[in-house]
Design a protein around this ligand. Structure first.
Ligand SMILES: C[S@@+](CC[C@H](N)C(=O)[O-])C[C@H]1O[C@@H](n2cnc3c(N)ncnc32)[C@H](O)[C@@H]1O
Length: 241
């Protein structure tokens, strides 16, 4: 995986996410807000949220799964849409405050506080694993590879992985320009290459290479969410055996 695209050493997103989760109620909208999908470039409508949830269920065939896991589940806004859908629901997040909120909103959730790169589960536990809106907070591509390795470790032999909301490296310049000109117009722009708050971009090739290395088929899909300003710059990746 020789593509070095972001090399920033410091990453302050953990601090940001640990400050969240202590306010608001437990409706879907409240959970989306706690997970940062309420304002600015992060805003997604409930209609698009439910479309994404339906897409995850379909691509991962979650109705056939015994257990599903979300990596970086936050306050549980996406897992909330999986209540009563069949499988047992598991989630991990490195933010203790957000996970506490998720457990309170979804009593059946089996949640653990841990890093995506060190999943606190036994091998072969989940038929389906997804991660929504998380991979761009990782510090670099080596960390992302560790997280993918962990996801594969906890996956059952024929399990499926769906990573969503991935910043497309091919569209990085356009995306950064949009954020700089439209979103942060007149303010200090926090996502410069060396900022501890910058986003990590991935080429689709990175996922294809990962799949090839581990005998998995990879399909990528451009994100298509009308309400989400970041959608034109993001894609989703499905990995199956
Ligand atoms: C934008 S929120 C998305 C939450 C949830 N997936 C959703 O779709 O509503 C990003 C989440 O990723 C979590 N996160 C970021 N980096 C992580 C890491 N390295 N390990 C575990 N969780 C991480 C944050 O704590 C936060 O809860």
């Amino acid at each position: 995986m020789g593509l070095i695209m972001n090399t920033c050493t410091e990453n302050k997103w953990h601090e940001v996410w640990t400050r969240k989760g202590t306010e608001g109620g437990e409706s879907l909208e409240d959970l989306m807000k706690a997970d940062g999908f309420d304002t600015g470039t992060g805003a997604i409508s409930v209609k698009d949220w439910m479309r994404t949830s339906a897409d995850i269920k379909k691509k991962l065939e979650t109705e056939k799964a015994f257990r599903i896991l979300e990596v970086g589940c936050g306050a549980g806004a996406m897992l909330y849409t999986f209540r009563d859908s069949g499988p047992e629901i598991f989630g991990v997040d490195y933010s203790e405050t957000l996970l506490k909120k998720a457990k309170s909103a979804i009593p059946e959730l089996q949640g653990k506080v841990c890093e995506a790169s060190a999943l606190d589960f036994d091998d072969n536990m989940f038929e389906a694993v997804f991660s929504h809106g998380v991979f761009f907070y990782f510090r670099d591509l080596n960390y992302a590879e560790q997280a993918m390795d962990e996801i594969r470790r906890v996956l059952t032999p024929n399990g499926k992985i769906f990573i969503l909301d991935i910043p497309d490296f091919e569209k990085r310049e356009l995306c950064e320009k949009y954020r700089r000109d439209v979103v942060y117009a007149g303010e200090e722009y926090p996502t410069a290459e060396d900022s501890p708050y910058r986003h990590l971009y991935y080429s689709k090739e990175w996922f294809h290479e990962y799949g090839k290395k581990h005998g998995m088929k990879v399909q990528t899909f451009d994100q298509d969410l009308e309400s989400y300003p970041m959608s034109p710059y993001r894609f989703n990746a499905l990995l199956t055996f």
